[in-house]
Every structure is written in structure tokens, then in C-alpha cells.
Design a protein around this ligand. Structure first.
Ligand code: SF4
Length: 574
């Protein structure tokens, strides 16, 4: 592949494609070419491609094909087929009618090069830059973000299956890389019977005892193989094989091998002895995938965080909060996806708040107000995002979780007046604290405030204040700036007007639904975090183009259909 200017649109291609398109809805691919021209120029991808050697397909054109592939949720083969036979694709790419296109494998190679050279974000960057030039997206204003789960492109494995499949993968790699060496160190016939078939092609024993025995057989075999690979006379490069390294990690995480007087004893780690979820491998074929838990359900894979613009529009003024799938039709540009972030399933939403703002800052698209659900903020983030990025997080914070606040009857923290300058608190009975000390609670800075136990012991409203039988009331505060931000947010979110404003956030659910339904974002196409993220970036570009196409052609995308029963329910409620 060599970067070069796109060829001029052949007259015959333009003429034939337009005459075919005149008989039906104007195709998205052609409209994108008409409106945005050469959206992806080769020069933008130059660093990932050789400038010497036989010229290949243009990386800019491959980028556009990949986006169009995600618009229609096509496989690589189907996309290559469309390039060869589809009039709209030929028009979008400026190809001659008799151009045979490329082999489907070029798309896979193109993606690998983007990842290898850190150009994963390039397609979204270029589209957003083109939209910024047209004034359709800008910094400031409002944006909203939410996340959803992404299932890895591998099968869910339990611990027994993980052990069997990991050993099988290592044996496959060694049988391919060093067959003679392997035949010398393991009983090939016996192991071929045991590890030849995939673990999902047969049923494990129903008996728990037999499954335990089987896990120990796997464990012993795995240590035998690892011992042979790491033996002094074994070729050193065998240890570097990725499948062998995965085997070593999975065995470290799942088994103990103890040297005793009679030999070595292999045991499985108890559940409580396993490493934390964010370190634990879940499949030998995707070592980035992790087990996640959200709203009570488990999955193996990743999480994707989608951010989009959500400025007020005429529709919003009419009470419509979800315009994610609605074209303007009234002059305003559609909602534009400004960022897409992918993380392992174990990474919390709050851990992604800062990286998302960094990415938006890199694109010069930081919002003035960012609407998020309660998983994203913390007192530190509310203060930090305002201070470092100038972004106000519009998000509910967790309510006070003290026993008094939970009960809703006693004196919670808000019943106390805090005098930060004099490092003193005053209780509802007018008594002042006698102890004020900085402390560390679960690794974060805090301030512990105590009241005199003698005073509290004789207090007539003691039952409403503390559960301690003998001690005085104790308060835990965050450092001043954080505590004040938290208190302010808690007061704000109790206000009806704030809640009405916060309803803007809900529209991102429609965007997530669109991403899942149109580009299949819920199931990863590829293995590994980088490839999955690249897929998400192209999905985001595709969704933006779908929205822009609807806006350009003035045909609103369908809203979610309301069933007759739901409509009846709404009518009765009204
Ligand atoms: S129990 Fe102590 S802190 Fe609480 S109201 Fe009574 S005197 Fe004040």
C-alpha cells in the first residue's frame, strides 16, 4: 500500500451511479462522497504504510470501505464484494466501473497496521475535524456519556474449561512450532486423545468429584509441559511462544505446585486464593478479556463508553430528550458521537471519567457540561474535571450513606455546621466538637471529627444522633474542597429543576441501542482490546454518518416503535 491522491471521479462511474440512484433513495455511500469529498486522505495514514515497493490499495479508500462496512454491518468478504459490484461503493471511492477492487484480506491487514502504528482514533478524528470545519460540532455546549457491556469474541469458559483449553492451545502451538521436541517430552497419543477435541465439543462429567479429578489431571499435565519447556536443554525460544506464556500465567493463577518428600503435589487454588478479577485471564484466545459484573449479570469481555453532543434543540424544547436517532429537519445538526472509549470489563466507569476528558481535550471538543450517570463521578472527579478541563459534571452523586441519613430520621452530616477555618463542627444542640484530625480511610484522605463523650452521654436527643452506647458522635468528612462540592451536588440533585435538566442524559440510551442494533457493538468482532477498540471507533464513525445522512436527506430515522399495548397504557395514564 502506498499513499497517493485519490483518482478523479470517472465520469462514467458518476453518470451510471447517479442514474441508478435516481430510481430509489440516494445511497449513504454516495451522499458521503458528495457532502464530505475525500474524507480520509492517504497522507493521514502515511506513517503506517511503506512508501517503497509495489503500489497497493489506497489506505484512505480502505478506511472509507471499513466505515461503510460498519454502516451496513458487513463482513470483510461482503465489503470486498460490495466494492467490486456495488455502484454506490464505486462512486464513493471514485473507482472505474471495471475496477475489480481488492482481496478481503486487505481490510484485515489495514486494521492491523492502524493498531501497530497507534492510528486507531484516526478515522473518528478526521470525521470530527471535517464536521468542526463545517461548524457542526464544537467545544463547549453539552455532551453525555454512558457505557455498555461488550462480549468478547471468545466462548465463556469455567475454570475447568479454561485449564483444558489453555493446555490445548499451548500443545497446538508447540506441535506446530516444534513437533519433534514435543513428541520427545509428552505422551503424544494419550494427550492427543485428552486435548485434541475442543473443550466445548464434549460434556464434562456431571459428578463434582470427577470434575475435580479432571482439573487435577490438567494441572499435573500443565506443570509437566511447563517443566519441559523451561528445562535447561529445551530451546529457549519455546518459552517465548504466546500460548506457552498464557499457559504459565493461567497455571500460576489457578494452581499450586508444592514440592514434597515424595515428589510434587498439584492442587487447585481455592476461590478466595484467586487473583483479583482485573488480573485473571478468562480465555487463552483473548488475554485482554475479563469477567465483568453489571446490574447483577456477568459477561466476559469489555465495556464501551460512548460520548455524544446533546445541545438543546427545538425538539428538546418540545419535551423530546432523545434526538440521538432523530435528524434535525429543523436546521440543527444531528447528535454527533465525539468519543468512544473501550476498557476491560473490570474497569469502573469512574476510572474512565478522566481518560474520556483527556480524549475530548485532544480533539478540542471538551463540553461545558457533561451529563453522566452516578457511576462516573466522585467528589475528586467533580472538582478535578472543573479545575483541569473546565467541565461541569452534571450527574447525581451517591447519597450520604451514614446510618442516620439512611434511616432518614436522625442527624446526618447536613445537620452539623462545619467551621473549616477553625477546624470545628457544631451539632444541632449547639455543642462544638472536641477533636478534628486528618486521617486516611481506605486509601483516601479524610477528616475525623469527634464530640465529647460526656456531653453526648447526657444529651436528650442522643438516640437520634449516634448508635454508640458509650462514646460521643463521630463525623467523617472529605477534605474541604471535595466535601463542599459533594454537599453542593447533593443539594442540587434534590431540586426538581435540576432533575428536569438531568433528563437530557437519558438520550444516550437511544444511542447505545442504535450502536448495538446497527453496528453490533455488543459483540466484539475481533480479539484483544486494541482490535475491539478499533472496531468501536469505526462503529462510531458509521453511526455519525448514518445520522448525518438522515439529516442531509431530510428523512428522519424511525423512532422506537411504541406497541399498541404500551400506547393504551400511556393513554390511560394520561
Ligand atoms: S449526641 Fe452529642 S453531637 Fe449529637 S446532638 Fe447530642 S450533644 Fe450534639
Amino acid at each position: 500500500m502506498q499513499p497517493r491522491l485519490w483518482p478523479r471521479m470517472p465520469d462514467v462511474t458518476a453518470q451510471v451511479a447517479r442514474s441508478v440512484a435516481a430510481r430509489g433513495p440516494y445511497p449513504l455511500a454516495m451522499r458521503v462522497r458528495d457532502e464530505l469529498g475525500e474524507l480520509f486522505t492517504d497522507a493521514e495514514f502515511a506513517e503506517a504504510f511503506q512508501v517503497r515497493g509495489r503500489p497497493g490499495w489506497s489506505p484512505g479508500q480502505l478506511a472509507l470501505v471499513t466505515v461503510l462496512q460498519f454502516v451496513e454491518n458487513l463482513t470483510d468478504r461482503a465489503a470486498a464484494h460490495r466494492v467490486r459490484y456495488g455502484m454506490d461503493f464505486k462512486y464513493a471511492l471514485g473507482m472505474e466501473l471495471d475496477d475489480p477492487g481488492f482481496d478481503a484480506s486487505a481490510l484485515s491487514e489495514f486494521r492491523a497496521r492502524l493498531i501497530e502504528h497507534g492510528l486507531e482514533e484516526k478515522a473518528l478524528d478526521l470525521l470530527l475535524s471535517a464536521l468542526k470545519d463545517r461548524g457542526m460540532v464544537k467545544a463547549g455546549g453539552k455532551q453525555r456519556t454512558d457505557s455498555t457491556r461488550v462480549l468478547a469474541a471468545v466462548r465463556d469458559l469455567n475454570r475447568l474449561e479454561l485449564a483444558g483449553e489453555t493446555l490445548r492451545a499451548a500443545l497446538e502451538a508447540l506441535a506446530c512450532a516444534a513437533p519433534d521436541w514435543l513428541a520427545d517430552v509428552v505422551p503424544v497419543r494419550e494427550w492427543a486423545e485428552r486435548y485434541g477435541p475442543r473443550t466445548d465439543s464434549w460434556h464434562p462429567p456431571a459428578s463434582k468429584t470427577k470434575r475435580e479429578e479432571m482439573a487435577l489431571v490438567y494441572g499435573r499435565d500443565g506443570f509437566t509441559l511447563l517443566g519441559a519447556v523451561h528445562a535447561p536443554h529445551a530451546p529457549v525460544w519455546l518459552r517465548e511462544l504466546p500460548a506457552v506464556q498464557v499457559l504459565r500465567t493461567v497455571w500460576l493463577q489457578n494452581y499450586h505446585c508444592t514440592v514434597t518428600e515424595t515428589g510434587t503435589e498439584v492442587t487447585r487454588r481455592e476461590s478466595r486464593d484467586l487473583p483479583p478479577g482485573r488480573l485473571r485471564l478468562t480465555s487463552p484466545y483473548d488475554t485482554d478479556a475479563r469477567n465483568g459484573l453489571k446490574q447483577g449479570s456477568w459477561w466476559t469481555g469489555y465495556k464501551v463508553h460512548i460520548s455524544e453532543t446533546c445541545d438543546d434543540t427545538a425538539d428538546d424544547q418540545e419535551g423530546v430528550t432523545d434526538r440521538g436517532t432523530c435528524p434535525a429537519g429543523k436546521g440543527e445538526p444531528p447528535r454527533i458521537i465525539t468519543n468512544i472509549a473501550t476498557a476491560a470489563a473490570t474497569v469502573t466507569d469512574a476510572e474512565m471519567t478522566e481518560p474520556i476528558h483527556h480524549m475530548l481535550a485532544t480533539r478540542d471538543l471538551l463540553p461545558a457540561e457533561h451529563y453522566l450517570d452516578s457511576g462516573y463521578p466522585s467528589a475528586e472527579l467533580i472538582v478535578g474535571m472543573k479545575k483541569n478541563f473546565g467541565v461541569a459534571l452534571i450527574t447525581p452523586v451517591l447519597l450520604n450513606s451514614s446510618p442516620q441519613a439512611r434511616a432518614g430520621t436522625g442527624f446526618d452530616r447536613t445537620a452539623f455546621t462545619i467551621d473549616w477555618d477553625n477546624r470545628q463542627a457544631t451539632c444541632p444542640r449547639g455543642k462544638t466538637s472536641t477533636w478534628w484530625s486528618p486521617a486516611s480511610q481506605r486509601g483516601t484522605k479524610a477528616i475525623v471529627v469527634k464530640f465529647d463523650k460526656e456531653t453526648c452521654r447526657s444529651c436528650p436527643v442522643r438516640d437520634q444522633c449516634t448508635r454508640s452506647k458509650t462514646g460521643g458522635r463521630t463525623l467523617s468528612l472529605q477534605p474541604r474542597e471535595l466535601q463542599e462540592a459533594l454537599d453542593h451536588a447533593r443539594v442540587q440533585q434534590a431540586d426538581e429543576q435540576w432533575r428536569a435538566k438531568y433528563a437530557t442524559r437519558a438520550g444516550i440510551e437511544g444511542t447505545i441501542h442504535q450502536a448495538v442494533a446497527v453496528t453490533g457493538i455488543r459483540r466484539a468482532r475481533y480479539r484483544g482490546l486494541h482490535k475491539t477498540h478499533l472496531e468501536h471507533v469505526f462503529s462510531a464513525v458509521a453511526l455519525n454518518l448514518i445520522r448525518l445522512d438522515a439529516w442531509w436527506n431530510g428523512h428522519p430515522l424511525d423512532r422506537t416503535r411504541t406497541s399498541h399495548l404500551a400506547q393504551l397504557d400511556l393513554d390511560l395514564a394520561a
